[in-house]
Ligand binder design. Structure first.
Ligand SMILES: Cc1ncc(COP(=O)(O)O)c(C=O)c1O
Length: 394
């Protein structure tokens, strides 16, 4: 157990003012949510926004809506992504179909994707993991040619742009997560964005049918968020980090998640979201710039970019595990991300298929923290630890 400064792998701070707004939000009506949605519309430059209680709910709602437009049943997913993604697909009564990913970009292996997309494909869901944009131009062409919808999973990429277009707003429909450890948080939340009148009409109906988050639950969630705000600080994070029962950072597959509208308290917590998002993006960009320079990460994009966490690949699994062990003792917030490919989940598994790109990421990935609590001293320690384990760039 470490009793001193410990970084969490991901963090999205909230202020005392945010918490006061959350408390006020408990008592406010639906009008505050509508105001938030208007504000999000203007920032993202989209016609429609729907706020719900999580990214999983956002994706489930999107998939339920798409089913009213087409009888097709398959949803194509990257074989390496968050387990919440297939859980939402199954919750919506659809079949996940996996496609391998390129270990350098985390994006679909495009040649394989061209074979995977077929007559049963309802939609393709590229995930902008860590805030790294999937290649949407070629995806748009492929989707259009096959009459398939393009659903952007921008859960980890809120506010990130590519060629001046905001990720999440480029496909037919997209969503963001406001969960803990995302670009910004209100504890739990999800945001759907679309410009499609047809889809928005159906989404509006599904959204209206969602229950409101019960007042008591809103209050309990707010208390939990207060605790998180306190404990996420490097001076205190050693406490939750040393309680195995909390299962911090672990990934679970669960189809039984609650689906509600965004609670009043969480709407309140989002009141100053624009300032928080700007700060979060700028802080991450600055940290990534430093990592890039010191670690000579020449493969990173030329343009400054805000990564939710900075992914690097170690030489091998044993090498990666040794690095993580050292980093744990130093308390510097290094982490692997998802424990297996999606193909290891029983309800998703296709015994006949293999996903070597996704498996290589599972085995070798290390993520470096980029959030606002990372200090220049932390960066120095992290770079010294990581440097000997990186695959030299060709
Ligand atoms: C890529 C990705 N998609 C979807 C989700 C689901 O978001 P939420 O946790 O808000 O349900 C997450 C959350 O971690 C995610 O990282």
């Amino acid at each position: 157990m470490r009793f001193h400064r410990t970084l969490s792998p991901a963090a999205a701070p909230l202020t005392g003012k945010d918490l006061t707004n959350g408390l006020r939000g408990l008592l406010r009506s639906e009008r505050a949510r509508l105001e938030l949605e208007e504000d999000l519309k203007s920032y993202f430059g989209v016609k429609y926004v729907f706020c719900v209680n999580s990214g999983k709910t956002a994706l489930t709602l999107i998939l339920l809506a798409l089913q009213e437009l087409s009888p097709k049943k398959e949803v194509v997913l990257p074989a390496y992504t968050c387990f919440s993604v297939p859980s939402a697909v199954l919750r919506a009564g659809l079949r996940p179909r996996l496609c391998d990913v390129d270990e350098r970009t985390f994006d679909f292996k495009f040649e394989e994707l061209q074979r995977v997309v077929g007559p049963e494909t309802l939609c393709v869901v590229p995930c902008h993991l860590f805030g790294i944009p999937a290649n949407l131009d070629r995806l748009q062409v492929l989707c259009k040619a096959n009459s398939v919808m393009l659903v952007e999973d921008a859960a980890q990429a809120m506010g990130v742009t590519q060629d001046d277009r905001k990720l999440g707003t480029i496909g037919d429909v997209g969503f963001y997560s406001l969960g803990r450890g995302k670009m910004i948080t209100c504890g739990e939340g999800g945001v759907i964005v679309t410009n499609s009148d047809e889809l928005a009409q159906i989404l509006d109906r599904h959204h209206a049918a969602l229950p409101k988050s019960p007042f008591i639950e809103g209050g309990i969630d707010l208390l939990k968020t207060c605790l998180m705000l306190l404990m996420i600080r490097p001076s205190l994070f050693w406490i939750p980090a040393s309680i195995p029962l909390l299962k911090l950072g672990q990934t679970f597959f669960d189809k039984t998640f609650p689906m509600t509208r965004l609670s009043g308290a969480n709407v309140g917590l989002m009141r100053c979201w624009r300032e928080r998002l700007t700060q979060s993006l700028q802080g991450r960009m600055a940290n990534v710039k430093e990592y890039k320079q010191v670690l000579c990460l020449t493969e990173l994009s030329e343009k400054p970019r805000a990564y939710l966490r900075l992914p690097v690949l170690a030489v091998s699994r044993s090498d990666r595990d040794a690095l993580l062990d050292r980093a744990r003792r130093a308390g510097v917030g290094l982490s692997f991300m998802y424990p297996t490919t999606l193909n290891e989940i029983n309800e998703v598994r296709d015994e006949k298929k293999q996903y070597p790109g996704a498996q290589s990421i599972v085995d070798r990935l290390v993520t470096l923290p980029t959030h606002q609590y990372v200090s220049p001293q932390d960066r120095q320690v992290i770079c010294a630890l990581v440097q000997p384990h990186l695959v030299p760039s060709s």
